[in-house]
Design a protein around this ligand. Structure first.
Ligand SMILES: [Fe+2]
Length: 261
């Protein structure tokens, strides 16, 4: 069995004390990291599913790199809407292959599982997009690993999440991804960010999960964006020959409540 931690939607600013709707996102990320170091069992991989920063500045990415440095040998990343591929790639050059604005994606195999990160970033948009080229890339990886179970990691969820305002900024081109997941029964697990709260759904035989942010939490209710006074969190995923299990961990205290602008 291998243990994977998913962190998502860090939204760090280059100014260390800058807040997002009242939430000091750099501080909450540091609190999550301190909690993991102190309380969490050892783990094999750390996957960040996008929105590393809120302002997409190089200094913000460097701050994220420094905060996550305990796991610089096991970090895997995909971008969110609040990311800049070129800056993300340049700061995490040791871990991200490709050049310039190429898709930021990953693939690794461990304990009979093929873990694949997909890039859904669509420059200039809050919504995401998955292109046929990337679906072909994914399809080929799966064919080349005929005995593996498959887990996918991406920022934008490939399903509606029951939130009117969030579903307006979802994943374009998702029909092709849904079809691939439905047709390939070895894809058992799909883990996403973007929605900033815990959510569970299903495509075919695959479970789809969204994970709380390490910073600000969204409230899915309502027609416009609104925020929840919930604690920062992350997801634990354990995979092995028998399948997988997963759960969300939230910090025990709500130290900061969101505020209106
Ligand atoms: Fe986000």
């Amino acid at each position: 069995m291998i243990r994977i931690l998913q962190l998502t939607d860090l939204h760090v600013f280059c100014e260390s004390d800058q807040r997002l709707k009242g939430i000091p996102t750099r501080e909450t990320l540091q609190e999550v990291v301190a909690w993991i170091c102190d309380k969490e069992a050892p783990f094999d991989h750390l996957i960040v599913t996008g929105d590393h920063t809120h302002d997409e500045q190089a200094d913000s990415y460097k701050a994220v790199q420094q905060i996550l440095s305990p796991w610089s040998d096991r970090i895997w990343q995909v971008p969110g809407n609040h990311d800049d591929r070129e800056i993300l790639r340049s700061v995490f050059a040791d871990r991200i292959s490709g050049q310039n604005a190429d898709p930021v994606r990953f693939c690794f195999a461990d304990e009979g599982w093929l873990c694949v990160g997909l890039d859904t970033h669509l420059p200039g948009e809050v919504a995401g997009r998955i292109e046929p080229e990337q679906l072909n890339w994914l399809r080929n990886l799966i064919v080349e690993s005929p005995k593996s179970q498959v887990a996918l990691f991406l920022h934008h969820p490939p399903v509606d999440v029951g939130s009117e305002w969030m579903d307006r900024i979802g994943l374009r081109g998702r029909d092709g991804l849904q079809q691939l997941i439905s047709e390939e029964s070895r894809i058992g697990l799909v883990c996403c960010g973007h929605v900033h709260h815990e959510f569970e759904s299903q495509i075919g035989s695959a479970k789809v999960y969204a994970t709380p942010s390490t910073g600000i939490q969204f409230n899915p209710a309502g027609a416009v964006a609104n925020f929840a006074a919930d604690a920062p969190g992350y997801r634990v995923i354990e995979v092995g020959p028998e399948g997988f299990s997963t759960h969300v961990v939230r910090l025990p205290e709500v130290r900061y409540a969101p505020v209106a602008d």
